[in-house]
Design a protein around this ligand. Structure first.
Ligand code: AR6
Length: 191
């Protein structure tokens, strides 16, 4: 029983080391990152909008809109991939988060699906490094702390079962978001 306990503890430590190595939390503008893919917090039309979506379309240039027009939209909780065009990132993974309506409209599961489907899309393209904004936590009103917990949980689950990604970067726009992400990382990932 003692060695079983030790093995379980070794396993936990290994997971923790892997998470610390692969997950990075930074403050900044996601459009500036030289990663294989950045995730966009899009809307169902995929035709652009405000927030991070607007910033991504502005930096990528009009060819992005031309491609997303052809994709023809995306249901909430799913993800679609386009090129990055003038962005430093090679790919944009467009995911559509839920609008927060108080929590009784399946919002948490839909947001978890955004992360799962974005990871699946990243794997499909052979991406090694991917950056996420706080999907749904802006205009769509999802409480940031709760959104962060879902993001961390899904990322941990993915990284535990898959060795295809080298780096997952959470990009926080504000200092406040940075603090929440860092706190959630210490309680959810390395606790
Ligand atoms: N880099 C990183 N994060 C950013 C950036 C940036 N350049 N700009 C904003 N954020 P939001 P949502 C943060 O509103 O809530 C659009 O109109 C921001 O501070 O962009 O999913 C779409 O077209 C926040 O923490 O996305 C949809 O209609 C996070 O990104 C709708 O907004 C997400 O905020 C989607 O709303």
């Amino acid at each position: 029983a003692e060695s079983r306990g030790r093995r379980a503890e070794d396993g936990r430590q290994k997971t923790e080391e892997k998470m610390k190595e692969k997950i990075k939390i930074i403050q900044g503008d996601i459009t500036k990152l030289e990663v294989d893919a950045i995730v966009n917090a899009a809307n169902n039309s995929l035709l652009g909008g405000g927030g991070v979506d607007g910033a991504i379309h502005r930096s990528a240039g009009p060819d992005l809109l031309e491609e997303t027009r052809k994709i023809g939209g995306c249901p909430t909780g799913e993800a679609r991939v386009s090129g990055g065009y003038d962005l430093p990132a090679r790919w944009v993974i467009h995911t559509v988060g839920p609008v927060w309506k108080g929590g009784s409209q399946n919002e948490e599961n839909l947001l978890a699906s955004c992360y799962r489907n974005s990871f699946a899309a990243a794997v499909e393209k052979g991406v090694k490094t991917v950056a996420f904004p706080a999907v749904s936590a802006g205009v769509y009103g999802f409480p940031l702390k709760k959104a962060t917990e879902i993001a961390m949980r899904e990322t941990r689950q993915f990284l535990e079962n898959d060795d295809l990604l080298d780096q997952v970067i959470f990009v926080c726009f504000s200092q406040e978001a940075l603090k929440i992400y860092q706190e959630t990382f210490s309680t959810r990932i390395t606790a």
